[in-house]
Design a protein around this ligand. Structure first.
Ligand SMILES: [Zn+2]
Length: 389
């Protein structure tokens, strides 16, 4: 059984659970693990299951935490020193975080529990100085620490880091687990099949699509080719603006939270109406962090736009190759796909997919969202007009 005790929160990753449990049983838990796969597949739950097995004071077996004691319960909600996550604050993990946060946490002596599981979220977003600093920790790992590195893009990590980690591949969720999740998220029954298919086995994407605002926007994103084809080149700029405005709007909740925090801090420090009263440098630090959080939220939304566009182009290739509706990511758009495959021939769709990758890379390097989307839309639009001419 892979789903007992503290492992019961892990879904749809039986091979990963089996690998971790077998390492625990043989007392051969590696000092560092790479959890390779898209975000949200169960990395957090796997790390918590491992921490529970390593720290539960009364485990039913060597490979599982009981899941019920206060240690297991606190580990499950990351309120125990044996379970810590390091999240990137802006686009990247930087060397200051490694030195001032990760290393002190790893080397601090444990007042409770036996082994810490320190999880680096989006570890492939460590920049190179951060990776070099982190490598020193991996070369002489404290015995009481297990590192878990969540990685989507292995190529972004130094070989010397990869070679010191044991690799565990996470897989997309099967349709059964995804349908269950859709029901939990409150997706109306008549939309579940379509949204599960559009989510490509990624529970994070399903969670996004369960939001009616995102589901509505998906319809707009999937109609982008049609708008470009029927509206002409004049559509490129307004459409890019429309898409980025939507992405900015998605950061609205974060903005409100930030504004409330700023107001609270101003009260705490007795800041007057002319902005006097802040401790030196503090206001800038707070607003810089707020900006990073807002940009991250906006980037997540832009990724939703790009994921939708990429799924549509991929489906165009599938339709062009004669795939039945059952093999499409967007089977609910089969009609428009059959129409658009005549407008955008396969080589142009392939170039479009490459342009989407370029767009993501440019956004990673802090390119202007509006300009980058204009470039992308233009590269999709040109072959459309060439076909029409
Ligand atoms: Zn326990």
């Amino acid at each position: 059984m892979t789903d007992e005790g503290a492992w019961s929160t892990v879904r749809a990753q039986p091979a990963a659970v089996t690998a971790l449990r077998s390492a625990l049983r043989r007392d051969e838990v590696a000092h560092a693990w790479l959890f390779v796969g898209a975000r949200g597949l169960g990395q957090r739950e796997l790390a918590r299951g491992l921490a529970a097995a390593l720290n539960c004071p009364d485990p039913p077996a060597a490979d599982v935490g009981c899941g019920e004691c206060s240690t297991c319960e606190r580990i499950a909600r990351a309120a125990h020193p044996a379970a810590t996550d390091f999240e990137p604050e802006g686009a990247n993990h930087v060397v200051a975080h490694v030195r001032e946060d990760w290393i002190p946490t790893a080397t601090r002596s444990m007042t409770e529990g036996r082994r810490r599981v320190l999880r680096v979220v989006s570890a492939d977003r460590m920049n190179e100085p951060a990776q070099n600093a982190f490598l020193k920790v991996l070369e002489e790992p404290p015995a009481s620490v297990v590192w878990v590195l969540d990685v989507q893009d292995e190529a972004a990590l130094l070989d010397t880091i990869i070679s010191r980690c044991r690799r565990l591949d996470l897989v997309p969720w099967g349709p059964h687990a995804m349908l269950e999740r859709a029901a939990e998220l409150g997706v109306p029954p008549n939309q579940r099949e379509a949204l599960v298919s559009a989510s490509m086995g990624l529970p994070d994407r399903l969670e996004d699509l369960a939001d009616p605002d995102v589901a509505t926007a998906r319809e707009l994103h999937l109609a982008v080719l049609d708008r470009l084809a029927s509206g002409g080149p004049g559509q490129v700029v307004p459409l890019a603006k429309e898409l980025t405005t939507w992405a900015k709007g998605r950061a609205g909740a974060v903005k409100e939270r930030n504004a409330a925090e700023l107001e609270q801090l101003e009260q705490d420090f007795g800041v007057d109406e002319r902005g006097r009263g802040w401790p030196p440098g503090m206001r800038k630090r707070v607003t810089d962090r707020h900006q990073r959080l807002e940009r991250r939220e906006q980037r997540r939304a832009l990724d939703l736009v790009l994921d939708d566009l990429a799924s549509y182009l991929r489906d165009l290739l599938a339709v062009g190759a004669g795939a039945p509706a059952g093999q499409l990511i967007n089977p609910d758009h089969e009609g428009p796909l059959r129409r658009d495959v005549l407008r955008l021939p396969p080589p142009a769709a392939v170039r479009g997919l490459a342009a989407i990758r370029d767009c993501r890379d440019a956004l990673d390097r802090n390119g202007s969202p509006e300009l980058q989307l204009e470039r992308l839309l233009l590269s999709l639009a040109l072959p459309l007009y060439a076909t029409a001419a």
